[in-house]
Design a protein around this ligand. Sequence first.
Ligand code: ADP
Ligand code: MG
Length: 261
Amino acid sequence: MSGASLNADGRLGMMLTELRLPTMKRLAADLCAQSDREGWAARRLVETLLEQEMAEREVRRFERHRAISCLSPDKRLSTFDFSAVPTISRANVTALTQGHEWLDRGANILAFGAPGVGKSHLLSAIGHALIDAGRRVLFTRCSDLVQRLQAARRDLRLPQELAKLDRFDLLILDDISYVRRDQAETSVLFELIAERYERKSIAITANTPFSQWGDVFDDTAMTVAAIDRLVHRATILEMNVESYRRRAAQATSAKRSKPPA
Ligand code: ADP
Ligand code: MG
């Protein structure tokens, strides 16, 4: 069979379209020709074609997971400067992303620090690395998710909405401290935490220490219960450094104001 006859209009091409095997369709002509030329055993040709299809399917799956995750594409471990945050060890962060069985236990991550210290960047970076490892991650502002869950509760579909979030191994809730104390809001957040407890992981960034979370969960009993569930088996990342943004701005202005040599 000539190479050209295998292209989109050929019988093989049509069958591969019908079976939704786009990679095999793209490569079939070349690989068949190579196989003829080099006298491959039939099995090798079939295996090579299937291998390519599977590899590309995996790449497409990871791309889909990354698109759905809402992670900023540039907040990666490769762009995170660990030397700026001496309280965080690169080895510990690497351990979280390489050995990710903590996700199977529903363990959590809590990142604390003032605005600008790199909490969102670091958790996004962990999220990307977990997607690379084949896990499912969703990054969302905590207040956005709370609103979505509130709307779901109004429509009497909170359980379904919570169930939808189950497909994510890790939910990254950015800026819990900005959620405000309207009772309806905070109790959906509590329900989310209670629902995922010991089953599915949550990562949270917070500008304020636990002692001020009474502002998030109006009622003291609920605050205590939420914190208790979150910290159980959690990794706590304390990022008590000066704002990276402020330091970067200072470095730039220092450079600018330096008199020419
Ligand atoms: P936070 O969430 O703690 O308020 P961000 O993660 O948003 O802080 O960081 C503020 C900005 O500074 C972002 O653009 C982020 O990419 C950058 N940044 C913060 N810390 C680091 C770091 N250690 N290395 C590289 N960039 C950083
Ligand atoms: Mg942030």
